[in-house]
Design a protein around this ligand. Structure first.
Ligand SMILES: NC(=O)c1ccc[n+]([C@@H]2O[C@H](COP(=O)([O-])OP(=O)(O)OC[C@H]3O[C@@H](n4cnc5c(N)ncnc54)[C@H](O)[C@@H]3O)[C@@H](O)[C@H]2O)c1
Length: 439
């Protein structure tokens, strides 16, 4: 991918037009190393500090930086609190990227803000409990900071083309939306302690990467543990927190079989992990009602054999897009009555301006190129000293689905009121996400 030297406008880099942003990263595991790689490809960024507790991934990060030809960063590796030292580095940090286990995010986000960092890009999930989400929102407001969840699926090419079509009214008035996280994670949640994916049925202390920490959430929690890839795009389609909001939520869980069966299949009935009881139901279904009358269905389905699909359905008064059959139907516009058009016909025509402009730069970026945009948006917002296009209210609203769904299931699928993290501001806020081809 070519280096990016985005042209400064009057508002950019207010102090010095040639200055580069000073970026830091906490967590350079499987995900953080991808962010590091993207940051190193940019001419407008210096990665000045990197923190991780794992020496192996630190060595990989050093190799990435050496290969980029950029100045070596300062490294912080000494224990699980080393990141706190990093926040004190001389010369300051313009923005920080956090890609650590979910349970670390809240403290790392809030401490970063308290240390004076104005821009925090956090990987998905803002916290664990509902209170964690409120704490992050309140700290962000208090310090006038910007917290962006690095929700990359919002930038997926088909998702953005569908957004373009929604905004141009092709589907009519929005009525019903579906999405979720339908991804067989059995080889992510269990491995041999060496490879990040598969080769064994270990987790926890004996697991590596996400098997080291993520699987514990499936042991102890039952809810939609990963809602943001589905709900982020849906929230943009119907302007959540910007003229609309989630009102209520209710979740339903199936029984749990998939993770146990996977252990028995790979490690035998006598493997110690075969005794573990997984609280997480194999399929968790969540329904959400909205102030403007739309209904939403989300599914979390990560423990059973299945092909990957986020299962989007975007349905309005004039037609719909369905992800799983890759079909678009628009009354009076698609080729035949009551038959699907291949979605490609429509998505090529309504390619989002961001993709039309930047698709060359996405080459080599993860997840089909969409990872480029999420980092690009974060960096361009810092340069312009403006709010990020997805802000702390979006992050809290999407991520809070997890504790709310846990609560609903615990209470026998009770319908829970959805908190309004904007404190009523949703009524006046205007959509800002991807309105132009800039970032
Ligand atoms: N958006 C996406 O497509 C996507 C994809 C994968 C992961 N993720 C998210 O990225 C985050 C990280 O996931 P991952 O797959 O990289 O996991 P990982 O386990 O591979 O990486 C996490 C890293 O954090 C480090 N770490 C843990 N505690 C730390 C501490 N106290 N201080 C410093 N470093 C610490 C670990 O050593 C590890 O290297 C999670 O939030 C995950 O949900 C997002």
């Amino acid at each position: 991918m070519a280096s990016l030297a985005i042209l400064p406008t009057g508002k950019l880099f207010s102090k010095n037009a040639n200055a580069k942003l000073k970026l830091a990263i906490i967590g350079v595991g499987e995900r953080g190393s991808m962010h590091l790689d993207l940051l190193l490809k940019r001419d407008d960024v210096d990665v000045v500090a990197v923190c991780d507790v794992d020496g192996k991934v630190i060595e990989r990060a050093k190799r990435y930086i050496s290969k980029s030809g950029k100045k070596m960063a300062q490294f912080f590796t000494d224990g699980s609190d080393a990141w706190k030292k990093m926040l004190e580095i001389k010369g300051g940090i313009d923005g920080i990227v956090i890609a650590t286990p979910w349970e670390c995010h809240k403290e790392m986000i809030i401490s970063s803000i308290e240390s004076g960092i104005k821009y925090v890009g956090t990987e998905v999930m803002l916290g664990i409990t509902l209170q964690d989400h409120w704490d992050v929102v309140k700290a962000t407001e208090k310090y006038n900071a910007h917290v962006m969840m690095l929700e990359n699926v919002c930038y997926r090419r088909d998702v953005m083309a569908a957004l373009n079509m929604v905004r141009q009214g092709l589907f009519g008035e929005m009525i019903h939306l579906q999405g979720g996280y339908q991804h067989d994670l059995r080889e992510v949640k269990f491995n041999d302690g060496i490879h990040p994916y598969g080769h064994g049925v270990e987790f926890g202390e004996k697991g590596y990467s996400e098997a080291h920490w993520r699987t514990e959430h499936s042991v102890h929690r039952n809810g939609d543990l990963y809602p943001t890839h589905g709900i982020g795009p849906i929230a943009h389609y119907i302007n959540i927190n910007r003229g609309n909001r989630f009102l209520t939520l209710s979740s339903l869980s199936s029984k749990s079989r998939g993770l146990h069966n996977h252990i028995v299949k790979g490690g035998g009935e006598n493997h110690p992990n075969a005794k573990v009881n997984f609280k997480l139901g194999d399929v968790v279904t969540t329904s959400i009602s909205c102030a403007n009358g739309e209904s939403i269905l989300l599914q979390h389905d990560t423990s059973l054999p299945r092909p990957y699909s986020l299962g989007f359905r975007v349905q309005g008064t004039e037609g719909l897009w369905m992800d799983v059959n890759n079909g678009v139907y628009l009354q009076g516009k698609t080729a035949k009555d009551e038959e699907w058009d291949d979605a490609k016909i429509w998505f090529d025509k309504y390619d989002h301006p961001l993709w039309a402009r930047w698709s060359k730069e996405t080459t080599g970026a993860g997840h089909g190129g969409m990872d480029f945009f999420v980092i690009h948006s974060f960096i361009e917002s810092i340069k312009r000293n403006v709010p990020t296009p997805m802000d702390v209210y979006d992050a809290a609203t999407w991520s809070a689905i997890t504790p709310l769904s846990e609560q609903s299931i615990e209470l026998g699928n009770e319908t829970i009121d959805f908190p309004d993290f904007t404190g009523g501001k949703w009524m006046y806020r205007k959509p800002v996400f991807a309105l132009t081809d800039e970032y």
